[in-house]
Design a protein around this ligand. Structure first.
Ligand code: ADP
Ligand code: MG
Ligand code: MG
Length: 499
């Protein structure tokens, strides 16, 4: 049975003259052809599947949903169907992931490069300044981190104009959705197995996504390297976290597959309950900690008092494996991204010319505000740029006419404030129609997408134990929203189908 109102698979089209234009191996579907009855059926199945498989977040209408698991749950905001992504760019993004992992590790070891590159930012931005203070204390003590664990996410958009895949940013701390991204891919695969014929694409076109297992495995291997069978993994969390289930997915695999206990602590709790023993062992609530995994600590909001900074310092001083170390954290700042994009800088950290060329190919235009010529251009055409402060977590960037206003303001105030920001070429991805499902209701929206590729890296001294691409996350947002965070309600979790 096939609903005649629904676009069927593309065969008839492909046999017609148009097949010469459309390459036959490239599946497509047009959601405008789907009628409401069909879409409702898919939505219903998607909601059941999400509830049964833990693709859920805390429901903001329930007061306790950010603290108490199992209370006030809502399906995660999702795209009903995966979004098309060209296989060639998917392969490229996967291919460069281990190189970026290695780059971050090398940069993190160059304390002078980090301090020098961020020295002017330090004066303009108090948060970065505090991070740099911890970093320079560690440099003074010549503290070595032999075991280094990176759980990164590299984000990209496809620029329609230049037809290229360009990196938005590198995240080295608290990358979100390594738990849920696997589930979204599985949800889409499941829906396509049921309805693929009617929709016109094959579930096999959605790449397998093992983000959760790979991140948990990398953490387990870091725990093994630390070599204290009684030690735990400590997840640093915000006091209220409606995205807790994404995090619990990792903890639960650690327990069930690796028999490793994960505890959850806020930075304030670490300060209260934590200490470092003579031999460097971090003890929190009476337990030795092997690995500290940060899902908090990336914004000024996570540091409302000195207690939180003390906790960060305590962790950094200890021998626990930190994901990330303060040096990895700083390496992920927008300022360092911009420095790395300057001519000749990658060459300081990587040897292989081909690798360098591959990374450079995905750099968008990135500039410091010292570049008078670019600032002039950005004032004239602010829509072609994004102005970024040294912040994480979404909602901090400046777009459109605000770019002009802020640049003019900074010019008036004198040069020092400049160093808090970078300028980036604005990327314009292709707009497509998407069904977004939020709070049980679907909306058809004009949307654009950002592909995140997870990377896991673990080494102990000279031995690289893990360096791999570790699954992916597509995020899709309404095209009229500049940022469109998933938690902020503009974006949804998505997966890809390769075309
Ligand atoms: P954060 O660390 O806060 O996530 P990002 O650099 O990822 O900062 O910016 C947040 C969002 O802003 C991105 O997810 C993307 O939607 C949008 N964005 C960032 N840079 C660009 C750009 N150069 N062009 C277009 N959109 C961008
Ligand atoms: Mg970020
Ligand atoms: Mg981002």
């Amino acid at each position: 049975f096939q609903n005649p109102r629904i676009l069927r698979n593309q065969e008839p089209l492909l046999r017609s003259g148009r097949s010469l234009v459309m390459e036959s191996h490239k599946p497509m579907f047009d959601i405008n052809k789907f009628d409401d009855e069909f879409v409702q059926k898919l939505v219903y199945d998607a909601l059941v599947w999400s509830s049964l498989h833990g693709l859920v977040v805390g429901d903001k209408t329930y007061q306790k949903s950010g603290n108490l698991p199992g209370v006030g749950m809502m399906h995660a905001p999702i795209s009903l169907l995966p979004t098309a992504f060209p296989e060639i760019y998917w392969n490229r993004a996967c291919d460069v992931t281990p190189i970026f992992n290695e780059l971050i590790d090398r940069v993190s070891l160059d304390g002078k490069f980090l301090q020098d590159s961020l020295s002017r930012t330090k004066k303009a931005d108090i948060f970065t300044s505090r991070l740099l203070d911890i970093h320079s204390k560690m440099l003074e003590r010549t503290k070595k981190e032999d075991i280094r664990l990176g759980l990164h996410r590299f984000d990209y958009m496809l620029d329609e104009e230049t037809n290229s895949i360009l990196q938005i940013e590198m995240n080295t701390i608290a990358c979100s959705f390594p738990g849920h991204s696997r589930l979204v891919s599985e949800l889409h695969q499941t829906l396509l197995r049921s309805y693929g014929d009617q929709i016109g694409i094959d579930s096999e076109r959605v790449p397998r996504n093992t983000s959760t297992g790979q991140f948990a495995d990398a953490m387990a291997k870091a725990w093994l390297e630390y070599n204290n069978p009684r030690a735990v993994v400590m997840v640093i969390v915000q006091a209220e976290e409606r995205n807790m289930y994404d995090q619990h997915w990792l903890s639960s695999i650690l327990k069930e597959k690796h028999n490793i206990v994960a505890i959850r602590k806020t930075l304030a709790e670490v300060e209260k309950e934590g200490s470092v023993q003579e031999d460097g062992t971090l003890i929190v609530g009476g337990k030795a900690v092997a690995v500290v995994y940060f899902r908090s600590g990336y914004t000024p909001n996570d540091h409302p008092s000195e207690s939180e900074w003390n906790a960060r310092m305590l962790i950094e001083e200890s021998s626990a494996v930190k994901c990330p170390t303060i040096a990895y954290h700083l390496t992920g700042t927008k300022k360092i991204q911009q420095e790395l994009a300057k001519p000749g800088v990658l060459e300081r950290f990587l040897d292989n010319k081909e690798d360098i060329a591959k990374l450079r190919k995905c750099f968008a235009g990135l500039w410091s505000l010292d570049d008078q010529e670019i600032v002039k251009q950005a004032i004239e055409k602010p829509g072609l740029f994004v102005m970024k402060p040294q912040r994480e977590g979404g909602g901090n960037n400046i777009y459109g006419d605000d770019v002009r206003e802020n640049l003019l303001r900074l010019q008036k105030e004198g040069v020092d404030g400049n160093a808090a920001y970078i300028l980036m070429q604005r990327i314009f991805p292709k707009v497509s129609n998407t069904f977004m499902v939020r709070e049980g209701v679907y909306h058809k929206s004009q949307a654009i997408s950002e592909l995140g590729v997870y990377g896991a890296y673990l080494r102990n001294k000279d031995k690289v134990i893990v360096n791999e691409q570790s699954g992916y996350l597509m995020r899709t947002k309404i095209s009229s929203s500049d940022e469109g965070g998933v938690a902020a309600g503009f974006g949804v979790l998505d997966s890809i189908y390769l075309n």
